[in-house]
Design a protein around this ligand. Structure first.
Ligand code: HEC
Length: 282
């Protein structure tokens, strides 16, 4: 299937290095994309080291960054990491536990998302957590918040310092999933008719209402996130849903194929940046 890159003309017009009006998602390789997106942000915000993008909007604003650093001194997500550790150590009814599904090691962040060639689908860490439960006869958890976010927070915490390194295999089905994620990112939607890229590429560093728009680069490193507005932890797909609603578009189910493909594309865009979840946001 071919996708039109509706928003690309506008975005790349800002980037002196590449002008790609009316490109199709399939026209560039993941490696070329990675270079384009990194160069775009590094040209736009000179002097910000790549790793700093792991901190979202706080990478772009010194005052907001100071406030955020003060919050991170007494992290609001600490009790959730502990709750997650308890879950990790709890035995299922059959005597097994999460360790039996994840090679005994909670530091799994760098292994997800990945392309499962056999099933021809993107597997995220949250999906793998629920598949672990189901294969052991346990009930799956809700995907947006609560227990799954606690467990993911513990696993992310154990994985801090690992580098994002999502591999997009040179395989037609994997490329189709990657390109579907990419197209989703650049497609306008909702009553506001905005694409993800309109806010998080073109307008990164600008304010929308009282919020400072974060850059797409680094968007996947810090999850799950404790958001003051939520008063709790939430997963990346919860955030995708929230951003869909901001433009008055329909939000999709967490772990739907569309959101998994989007996570595949977006995480690849952050290759080379360290995982630093869980994190706190306004
Ligand atoms: C109308 C503008 C707008 C659009 C369009 C939009 N977002 Fe957002 N997004 C926001 C705002 C505002 C925030 C909160 C402040 C921030 O971190 O950028 C946010 C936050 C995020 C975050 C969390 C960043 C962090 O560091 O905590 C992610 C991830 C994200 N958006 C992804 C997406 C994706 C994927 C899409 C497309 C499906 C999208 N956004 C579309 C406005 C938008």
């Amino acid at each position: 299937m071919k996708f039109k890159f509706l928003a690309l003309a506008a975005i790349y017009a800002l980037s002196a290095s590449v002008v790609m009006a009316d490109k199709k998602a399939t026209d560039t390789t993941p490696a070329e994309d990675l270079k384009v997106y990194r160069d775009y942000f590094q040209k736009r915000f000179p002097g910000i080291p790549l790793d700093e993008y792991a901190n979202g909007a706080y990478a772009l604003d010194a005052v907001a960054r100071d406030n955020w650093l003060a919050i991170e001194e007494f992290p609001p997500y600490e009790p959730m990491i502990e709750a997650g550790e308890a879950l990790w150590n709890t035995s299922f009814a059959n005597g097994k536990n999460f360790a039996s599904c994840f090679s005994g090691d909670p530091a799994q962040r760098q292994n997800f998302p990945y392309w499962d060639a056999k099933r021809k689908m993107v597997v995220t860490m949250e999906l793998a957590i629920n598949e672990c439960l189901e294969s052991n006869g346990e009930k799956p958890m809700g995907y947006n918040k609560g227990k799954i976010a606690d467990l993911a927070a513990y696993m992310a915490y154990q994985s801090r310092g690992q580098k994002t390194n999502v591999e997009i295999p040179d395989d037609a089905d994997a490329m189709k999933a990657y390109n579907a994620g990419k197209s989703y990112y650049f497609t306008r939607r909702g009553q506001l008719n905005f694409s993800c890229a309109h806010c998080h590429m073109e307008s990164a560093g600008q304010h929308i209402r009282s919020e400072l728009l974060s850059p797409a680069l680094g968007h996947t490193t810090g999850w799950p996130v404790y958001r003051a507005k939520w008063g709790e932890l939430g997963t990346l797909h919860r955030r995708f849903g929230g951003c869909n609603e901001q433009v008055r578009a329909k939000k999709l189910k967490p772990q739907s194929e569309e959101y998994r493909d989007l996570e595949f594309f977006l995480t690849h865009m952050s290759n080379g940046i360290e995982y630093n979840g869980p994190s706190a946001r306004k």
